[in-house]
Design a protein around this ligand. Structure first.
Ligand code: ADP
Ligand code: MG
Length: 448
């Protein structure tokens, strides 16, 4: 299990040993009381704008899972966003191998916990950052073949979201996870900014991580036109491709480090509209390392006028994207295709039951809404949290549906469900979340 990590040096190892001697490993205090009976918490995996994500072991099945913890009371302004994140992830995750699956949502005294499939190799951010030394020799962080292999998992996952009327709107390396297979399986996560549409994919909320935002999305703050959610995902995919290859963002805000500031957005936007991406001073010297084919694809993605921008369908037919891969990747692709067929067969076998689907959404709504209160605050006093059982839980795996009194034949398919099954949330409902998440999402992203 390489996870693309660099080999530790002798100094690293001895430093690690002496630290262990000074601080003998301690039993980690559980970050979330109330879940201890079901899950053994192991270590922190990551931190985003909404909460902390931990690695844990399911005590019953011994399966490793990732648990995202959001502290109670959940801010009311985020209630609809959090609900939407869980519902979308549950709906899409079970239908595609390249999307993280959601297992259950639990409300404890202290947190709302989302239990998910664990991606053992972490995010693409660290995978790319660990190639820094390789890049000093070869000029590229990931070879074009490896980047193509990842793009051929990323684009179908995004396509799957779009086919289910969902735009992710925060596609980036931090939200692209990898399994510990060799070569790794890619998995999209974090649907906190995702939005489902009805009818047209036109959206209005100014949302995202500036370095990945398309010009029309940045500019949407100043006009009423809005933007097409599908095309902003395409632009972000282009940024992701460049970072995989060159380890640097094409459009950045180095002069204005605060990603929440209007100045940062303006700085990124100016670079996007001023000249061709290939003329950007910190990109130009690296262009000779890229093939003409990948440059042509990037040309088609970085079209400032979104009407001229390549679509997901177009990318799937692009010569660079569809070029042959070395045998180890072909084998892995065949495996992924086999897994995907299995997932689809399982979904097909399930009878559609919109009523159960609706009920699960309602249960989630009740759970998230209850999370906006804090049972620890009684009449101005703060009570210590106790180890008692969770207040509410919603099983997001199909078993919960079987156990709902309708028998196995009425299992529901979340992905085949009606596209309008998500709770409706006004576009403005997202704005409260923006500021805190912008800051967190930009931190820790690979920069050179
Ligand atoms: N299922 C998972 N498996 C492994 N690591 C994960 C998983 N989910 C999240 N992480 C890690 O935690 C980080 C934050 O999680 P994310 O869902 O993106 O939260 P946020 O909404 O706070 O950004 C990710 O960038 C990743 O490093
Ligand atoms: Mg994230």
């Amino acid at each position: 299990m390489g996870c693309g990590g660099s080999t530790p040096t002798k100094e690293d190892v001895s430093k690690q040993r002496s630290t262990q001697q000074q601080h003998p490993p301690q039993q980690q205090e559980s970050p979330c009381l109330g879940l201890e009976d079901d899950y053994k918490f192991k270590q922190k995996l990551g931190q985003g704008g909404t909460g902390l994500t931990y690695l844990a072991e399911d005590r019953k099945t011994k399966e490793l899972v990732a648990i995202k913890l959001i502290k109670r009371p959940l801010p009311r302004v985020l209630e609809q966003n959090i609900l939407r994140e869980i519902v979308i992830q549950a709906n899409l995750g079970e239908g595609h191998v390249n999307i993280i699956n959601a297992f259950e949502a639990v409300l404890t005294e202290t947190h709302l916990a989302l239990v998910m499939e664990y991606a053992a190799c972490g995010s693409l951010t660290s995978y790319v950052a660990n190639r820094w030394q390789v890049a000093q020799h070869t000029g590229l962080f990931l070879s074009e073949d490896e980047a193509r292999f990842f793009m051929r998992q990323f684009i179908p996952a995004v396509d799957y979201c779009h086919k289910h009327n969902v735009a992710h709107r925060d596609l980036k390396l931090d939200n692209t996870l990898l399994s510990d297979d060799n070569p790794p399986l890619l998995k999209l996560c974090d649907f906190g900014f995702a939005r489902q549409w009805e009818g047209q994919s036109q959206m209005f909320t100014h949302i995202g991580t500036p370095v990945y935002m398309s010009p029309e999305l940045i500019n949407s703050r100043n006009d009423q036109k809005g933007y097409d959610g599908k095309l902003v995902d395409v632009w972000a995919g282009g940024v992701l491709l460049i970072v995989m290859l060159l380890g640097t963002f094409p459009f950045d805000h180095t002069e204005n480090p605060d990603p929440n500031s209007q100045e940062a957005h303006l700085e990124v936007w100016m670079q996007q509209i001023k000249s061709d991406w290939k003329e950007i001073p910190h990109i130009k010297p690296s262009l000779s390392k890229l093939s003409d084919e990948v440059k042509l694809l990037l040309d088609r993605i970085f079209k400032v006028n979104e009407k001229e921008r390549i679509t997901i369908e177009g990318i799937k037919e692009d010569p660079w994207y569809s070029a042959p891969l070395p045998p180890k990747y072909i084998e892995a692709e065949e495996n992924i295709a086999k897994q995907q067929r299995k997932v689809e067969e399982q979904c097909m076998q399930r009878a559609l039951n919109p009523a159960l689907l609706q009920r699960r959404t309602q249960e989630l709504q009740t759970l998230v809404s209850a999370g906006t209160s804090s049972p620890l605050k009684v009449a101005g006093e703060t009570r210590r949290p106790t180890l008692r059982a969770p207040e509410q839980r919603v099983d997001l795996r199909e078993e919960s549906v079987i156990g709902s009194g309708n028998g196995p034949s009425s299992r529901i398919s979340m992905i085949n469900g009606p596209p309008n099954n998500l709770p409706s949330v006004t576009e403005d409902g997202g704005e409260g979340l923006d500021a805190s998440r912008h800051a967190a999402s930009a931190n820790g992203t690979a920069r050179s």
